[in-house]
Design a protein around this ligand. Sequence first.
Ligand code: NAD
Length: 466
Amino acid sequence: MADVLSIINPATEALIQEIPADDGAAVAEKYARARRAQPGWAALPLGDRVKSILRFRELLVEQVDTLAALLTSETGKPITQARNEILAVPVRIDFFVENAAKVLAPERVYSEPAAALPGMGMLEEVIGYDPLGVVANISAWNYPYFVGGNVFIPALLMGNAVLYKPSELAALTGDAIASLLHESGIPQDIFIPVVGAGLTGAALLEQPIDGIFFTGSYATGQKIAVAAAPKLIRTQLELGGKDPAYVGAAANVAVAAAGLADGAFYNNGQSCCAVERIYVHTDVYEEFLDVFMETVEGFNLGDPTDPATYLGPVSRKPQLDILADQVADAIAKGATLHCGGQRVDRRGWYFAPTVLTEVNHTMTVMQEESFGPVIGIQRVASDGEAIALMQDTPYGLTAAVYGTDRERAVGILSQLKTGSAYWNCCDRVSPRLPWSGRGHSGLGTTLSLAGLYTFLQPRAWHLRAG
Ligand code: NAD
């Protein structure tokens, strides 16, 4: 097992820090600490747990500058987007806190008067909720505050202990999150960071945990599912996507083009719900492409620490080759390259924003997750053709339709197997709505009330007065 993680700044390629990774013995020791501490945490009044989470909320806002700078240094995320991410967490915390008591409250669902026979008093049926216990959260690097927070905040509120393994590409941010939670009053043994890459994650899954909450790629998600299966534990997998958008003949083209350019390129396209494929009705195709290209050409690529920067480097060096291969494959099969297509000639892992047209589904760019600043735009002749193409994927995270007719858009979106459906918007997440994927995009739900219940197990109480 690698014993050291090397944290590299993607914008400068400089080594930021080397940190020791947890081996199997260290992971087992952390698990044992969490197991011992969890019952005491669950026994606290909810108000005590809420107090710590609200303090965490305050600290996030107070320390946003330092936290954003750290996130930018290790992932290359433009500083403005790093700040946006951190400052959006309080909205999610508010939702969880507002609903925690309601979700935890025992629910009396039936009562029956006493029978005449002795010992047959009144019967009550009550649903109670217990925390799962000790849960593991193995997280991704692209939005560590969002994807981690969607798990560890409700998990802690519901009375669980959390073993949190941030991605090796956001390990310093993971450590900062742990420090803030501890400073907020969450006990050291209730939220425990586990440091390392895949092997450390695998060691975590060897522990007798009560739930695994994973965010990452489909390939790793499959391994997690296999490792978790014999344990018969709650298993949630938030995985990748190849999210389509369709611009219909009656769309407001300017709104669609500007919105979809942002949906495709925000965070350098490294969002699970980034727009990854665009289909445009032939009636508005030229107009759409003009505005789309104008928007993309206006994006500011540069130093991610500059607040004016919209596109920074990609966070993972190997992704540069994956993107170049997708572009080469598309061009070899007849695609037209409008901009980008290669690395930017400067230090750092920069890939130029890339727009391809004349694409089709024989090309990997329209089939496999790009997870970078590359987008294919395909012309279609009808809604039916767009639906068939949007359906042509094993993924099912989100889909978007642009057009003025709500019923028509809803009709199209209903035919797609996706966890989220957008009309005249895209790349959007709400704490009030369930976040889930279908097919290869995953299993289970975070956010919404379902995202609180998922950290609990119900108990059926049959209570008859004697
Ligand atoms: P990844 O699968 O490479 O890694 C995710 C995590 O799994 C990391 O912490 C990694 O160390 C760990 N890991 C790797 N191998 C493991 C193993 N064998 N056992 C246990 N843990 C292991 O993914 P990534 O590059 O960090 O994230 C990008 C992917 O995440 C993209 O596909 C993206 O779409 C997806 N994602 C999905 C959502 C969502 O909500 N659906 C959100 C963000 C990211």
